[in-house]
Design a protein around this ligand. Structure first.
Ligand SMILES: Cc1cc2nc3c(=O)[nH]c(=O)nc-3n(C[C@H](O)[C@H](O)[C@H](O)COP(=O)(O)OP(=O)(O)OC[C@H]3O[C@@H](n4cnc5c(N)ncnc54)[C@H](O)[C@@H]3O)c2cc1C
Length: 449
């Protein structure tokens, strides 16, 4: 009986396990998933959680509900020993260590928020990457309004009411659009505050929003957000951030108590010291076209933590194009990688991963969106937003989750968003964010000698 261990229960890891369950006979291999959360987070809907449009649990599908005969181990990766072919996982609450030996290991640990080593980012901004991040952000926004409403008009109150999103990619634009909707919905509860008192700023170091997508999407997004009173600062990067606010590279100073950091991600730091593998410049693992890790037999990687050559016919030494780190790709890479493990177990040839993206979509809130469709066609406005909702609802794992999200959306048509401020997640979330940012010692695995 062969043992296959998948590290990471996100889009990629679960897709691998599900396909392996389908393709392998029960007596052929044992499958295990190790992950620090017992759910798969549906990140496309995370901005809506941060703005109270969706309930946090409704975008998190338990891993155990998605697999049937895969063993699930809840744990933070403590060691990965590629020579001894074993991994150790530490239980997040008890600290108990579980050891798993493997014949094949799949590295699907995703990515973490990148601070780009800009001073103050790790200490003074709120990321939007995990469920804790989204819930912390929602609570921090409400806390800022609660504080502002008892602060006399003046610079202190203005600082509390200035909200800045850094990063003009689709996450940053979605987040800014969602937060505008959030303020519009809840400002009525704060007597003495007006919508005009709230300042929403989006900062992008490049010259345009959504710069990696068709220009028409960026243009529409710029117009839409500007019309909804989002102040756009383009072509100016963040120099440093402190408790009082942000200083931009141009020297512009913005006094703010609330900064959302959505400027980019980097592959899981857990993998950065793994010996005998090829690392890309941001720490990701460079893999062959069949997603096997270069130079390591039985080691595979995919999703946000892997660099997968995008041109299947190019020479590996000459690859300049890589598949992007998106959920859309991760869920296609999973089955393809699983098929290759099955082929390897049965002594058959593996196949390169090939996929042509279907397009990209972003929801801007206020029933508006942008979408790049196959064939270079760009859709904007209500239709794009409707397509976004329909498509992502259909992709959300779990019928019960789909129904819960539909209900959230329906109730959102009738009731204002919830302003109950919860302080449940913050400690764990902040510790995790601090570990990912390198401020706290991480549970970085001990590499094999
Ligand atoms: C706010 C936001 C919105 C997005 N919107 C879109 C979108 O609209 N469309 C799209 O295609 N993509 C979107 N993405 C990108 C998408 O989320 C990622 O590309 C995708 O999640 C990658 O899948 P993955 O399985 O590689 O990583 P993940 O889904 O991040 O999964 C990694 C898994 O590994 C686990 N893990 C990590 N470290 C450890 C550790 N040390 N020990 C144990 N377990 C660990 C995590 O808990 C997680 O379960 C968005 C991302 C964000 C943050």
């Amino acid at each position: 009986m062969k043992r296959i261990v998948v590290l990471g229960g996100g889009f990629a890891g679960v897709a691998v396990a599900r396909r392996l369950e389908k393709k392998l006979r029960r007596d052929e291999a044992e499958i295990a998933i190790v992950s620090r959360d017992n759910f798969t987070l549906f990140t496309p809907m995370l901005p809506e959680v941060s703005s109270g449009g969706l309930e946090a649990r409704h975008v998190a599908t338990p891993i155990r509900a998605q697999v049937h005969r895969t063993t699930f181990v809840l744990g933070e990766i403590a060691t990965i020993d590629l020579d001894a072919r074993s991994v150790e996982a530490r239980h997040p609450l008890t600290g108990e260590v579980t050891r798993l030996d493997y014949d094949h290991i799949v590295l699907a640990l995703g990515s973490v928020t990148s601070t780009f080593n800009i001073p103050g980012v790790a200490e003074h901004t709120l990321p939007l990457k995990t469920l804790e991040d989204a819930e912390t952000l929602r609570n921090r926004i409400i806390a800022a309004l609660e504080q502002a409403v008892v602060t006399p008009p003046g610079p202190d109150r203005d600082r509390l009411l200035t909200f800045v999103v850094v990063g003009g990619g689709y996450t940053g634009c979605e987040c800014a659009g969602e937060l505008v909707d959030f303020f519009r919905s809840i400002i009525r509860y704060y007597a003495g505050l007006k919508l005009a008192d709230v300042r929403m700023i989006l900062i992008e170091s490049g010259k345009t929003l959504l710069k990696d997508l068709p220009a028409a999407m960026g243009r529409y997004t710029t117009r839409n957000l500007a019309r909804r009173k989002v102040e756009l600062i383009l072509g100016d990067g963040v120099a440093h951030i402190d408790e009082g606010g942000i200083t931009l590279q141009s020297g512009t100073r913005i006094a703010t108590a609330n900064v959302v950091w959505s400027a980019g991600v980097r592959p899981s730091p857990v993998l950065k010291d793994l010996p005998g593998v090829e690392h890309a410049r941001n720490g990701g693992l460079v893999v062959n076209r069949d997603m096997s890790v270069i130079g390591r037999d039985g080691v595979w990687a995919l999703g946000d933590c892997a660099w997968i050559p995008a041109k299947a016919d190019a020479d590996l030494s000459d690859v300049t194009a890589w598949y992007p780190a998106t959920a859309q790709h991760a869920i296609r890479e999973g089955p393809s990688l699983a098929d290759n493990i099955v082929a390897a177990l049965r002594g058959e040839p593996t196949k390169p991963f090939r996929y042509t993206a279907l397009g990209t979509m972003a929801s801007l809130g206020a029933r508006r969106g942008v979408a790049a469709l196959p064939g270079g066609f760009v859709l904007t406005g209500f239709l794009a937003w409707f397509l976004w909702r329909t498509y992502y609802l259909a992709r959300l794992p779990g019928l019960d989750r789909r129904l819960r999200v539909t209900l959230d959306w329906t109730l959102g048509l009738i009731f204002p968003r919830d302003i109950a401020e919860l302080r449940l997640y913050t400690e764990r979330g902040q510790q995790q964010a601090a570990r990912d940012a390198g401020l706290l010692p991480s549970a970085t695995p001990t590499p094999s000698p």
